[in-house]
Design a protein. Structure first.
Length: 610
């Protein structure tokens, strides 16, 4: 692979961590003297990378979903959600046993121009998807998503990984394997070890399985995350880490027209289809993203009209913006619109199961985690910190997805301080020295070190949880750091407890269960939970078709999670998006993270402050 010092002058790299295109990268609209249509908004947490093989956070995946393209995508308008062809010419051909999937790629999709292509146009071909899938198996990439890709059982790819690890030689991308092959220039075929009825969701994730050109990845080497060149509707033109991300329309983007299949009784979807059907995508020229972790400046920037979109009203301002769940009249008078829905997510505290204090599967360790769960007042969290913008979670299964039952109840949601105290007393977590704090059964101090981020809303959560833990005599000590640093430490197993939010990548619960799957420890499984029975159920769920049997197996798996408490599930968030009048066509995607190409900007409809 070529290193940065071999190519720096050729591509105009700036200082480490920053990428910026020259002013000559303007789109055709700007070159023609027409004002660019620019959408501006903010992320609430920093990105980590733009290499699909190296990311697991939501914010990086939003960006990569617009740079790279998978063969399939979620229909922008369809509710319930539906998967449709993206770069594929048609839906896949699937064998009766769900083990062979054949995908035909539509000719005529081209990567964005880049020095790696040496001035020649570069068409997307089936081999690009073969290479992109294999990248998650290359040990050198340390992909946090490796386990999820491996669990699909694509024949032969893991053998390549094992050989690279054993011999300490580079991963052999050139060796053909049975499980993923380019049958011809435009035909991609997967062969799986076991039935995978929902494999379609895996090949509809542009954020992770978007096509990467091998020439680009090898040309830039370690700097590839700064040069994410794909076939998507947008291309990266500026990146200041944890500060600013700018993307512009990809001039090489193929002819794609606005279309969709909203349900007949979906008035909003039908109205959007009538308004935009046939328009060439993308409809905007540029996207500018700021990273603003603090709620107040993000909120004020939206009110001032600096941002076109507020992806979620900050909790501190929910009562001002959407009192009682309705858009405040002063916002409605300005033409601001809202989109409000139960997000397919969950927030949770995860316990590091390898930590000497909170980890382990012995009865005393389980009792400690169970007591902490019983002592966590989620209802107060919803009423106070969240201002009613959430519903209590019973498990990790999210609303709106397959397997979610609003009537399901579990011990996860119980709040009982008396029982929490009794459980701690029973297993020897008592206050021996009379200072008001419990000690471990062996007499050493019991201190829960809780990872957090240094922003105002996190401090509110921290204060509430400290109050909860104070009530049961458990000392809580916070450890603050920026979100990317905490994620890095979590993957290394260096955090004891951390509160996270996780959003589903598909309508199925399988990806969420991977957060507790043993072989995914250190990747998606930050808890490092390992239980043979749970892992067996996870594998069985992969192969079962949807139906009563699969739901019954899911319930059995959830009982194991409730019993051992590797994670404490708090809430499913209610998301309220706000849009300025000039931002048209937004329908917040439940899955897939793609929406930029489907929205339009009309500067004649700028909001007027009143």
């Amino acid at each position: 692979m070529r290193r940065r010092d071999a190519i720096g002058a050729a591509v105009g790299l700036l200082a480490a961590g920053t990428v910026k295109a020259s002013d000559q990268a303007a789109t055709g609209a700007a070159q023609a003297g027409v004002a660019q249509k620019v959408m501006r908004y903010a992320f609430v947490a920093a990105e980590t990378s733009f290499d699909p093989a190296k990311i697991s956070d939501l914010y990086s995946r939003i960006v990569t979903a617009h740079l790279f393209e998978a063969p399939y995508r979620f229909d922008y308008l369809a509710r319930p959600v539906k998967v449709v062809p993206h770069t594929a010419a048609a839906m896949p051909e699937v064998s009766d046993d769900f083990r062979t999937w054949t995908v035909r790629i539509r000719p005529g999709a081209y990567f964005a121009d880049d020095p790696a292509f040496k001035g020649k146009p570069r068409e997307l071909i089936a081999a690009d998807y073969v290479y992109s899938w294999k990248r998650h198996f290359d040990p050198a990439n340390k992909s946090p998503n490796y386990t999820g890709f491996a669990e699909e059982g694509v024949l032969g790819v893991d053998a390549l990984r094992d050989e690279a690890i054993k011999t300490r030689r580079p991963f052999d991308f050139d060796r053909e394997v049975e499980g993923i092959r380019a049958i011809d220039r435009y035909t991609l075929q997967f062969k799986l070890a076991n039935p995978r009825p929902r494999f379609l969701y895996s090949i509809a994730d542009s954020g992770l399985f978007g096509a990467v050109a091998r020439e680009v990845a090898e040309f830039y080497g370690d700097q590839f995350p700064e040069h994410p060149v794909g076939t998507g509707a947008f291309r990266l033109v500026e990146w200041r880490r944890s500060s600013r991300i700018v993307l512009e329309r990809n001039p090489n983007y193929r002819e794609v027209r606005y279309d969709g299949e909203p349900a007949a009784d979906d008035a909003e979807g039908q109205a959007l289809l009538r308004r935009f059907k046939g328009r060439k995508l993308p409809m905007i020229d540029r996207v500018e993203i700021s990273i603003i972790e603090e709620s107040q400046p993000r909120w004020l920037s939206f009110l001032n009209g600096d941002f076109d979109l507020l992806t979620s009203v900050p909790l501190e301002f929910a009562n001002q913006a959407v009192p009682g769940g309705r858009l405040a009249p002063y916002l409605a008078k300005r033409g601001i619109r809202m989109d409000r829905f139960a997000n397919p997510d969950r927030t949770f505290y995860y316990f590091n199961m390898e930590d000497p204090v909170v980890g382990g599967m012995t009865p005393d360790k389980v009792a400690l985690r169970r007591a902490i769960s019983l002592g966590t007042d989620v209802d107060t969290e919803i009423r106070s910190v969240r201002r009613g913008q959430a519903i209590a979670a019973q498990s990790l299964v999210a609303p709106g997805g397959y397997g979610y039952d609003p009537a399901y109840r579990s011990q996860n949601s119980e709040y009982d301080v008396a029982r929490a105290k009794a459980l701690l007393d029973m297993y020897g977590y008592v206050d021996r020295d009379g200072d008001g704090w419990r000690e471990l059964p062996d007499g050493r101090p019991l201190v829960i070190e809780y990872a957090t981020t240094p922003d105002a809303i996190s401090r509110q959560f921290d204060e509430l949880w400290k109050k909860n833990m104070d009530a049961i005599g458990v000392r809580l000590r916070t450890k603050a750091a920026q979100w990317p640093e905490q994620l890095k430490a979590a993957r290394a197993g260096q955090l004891m407890v951390w509160q996270l939010g996780g959003t589903n990548a598909s309508p199925d619960f399988q990806d969420t269960l991977q957060n507790l799957y043993g072989p995914a420890a250190g990747g998606q499984n930050l808890s490092r939970f390992k239980d043979a029975r749970f892992d067996a159920l996870y594998q069985r769920l992969q192969s079962l078709p949807d139906g009563p049997e699969r739901i019954a197996v899911l319930r059995e798996a959830l009982k194991i999670v409730t019993a051992y408490v590797p994670q404490k599930y708090n809430v499913h968030r209610i998301v309220t998006c706000l849009m300025q009048p000039r931002l048209l066509g937004l329908r917040a995607p439940l899955y897939g993270n793609q929406f930029w190409q489907h929205v339009d900007i009309d500067d004649s409809k700028r909001s007027t402050r009143k």
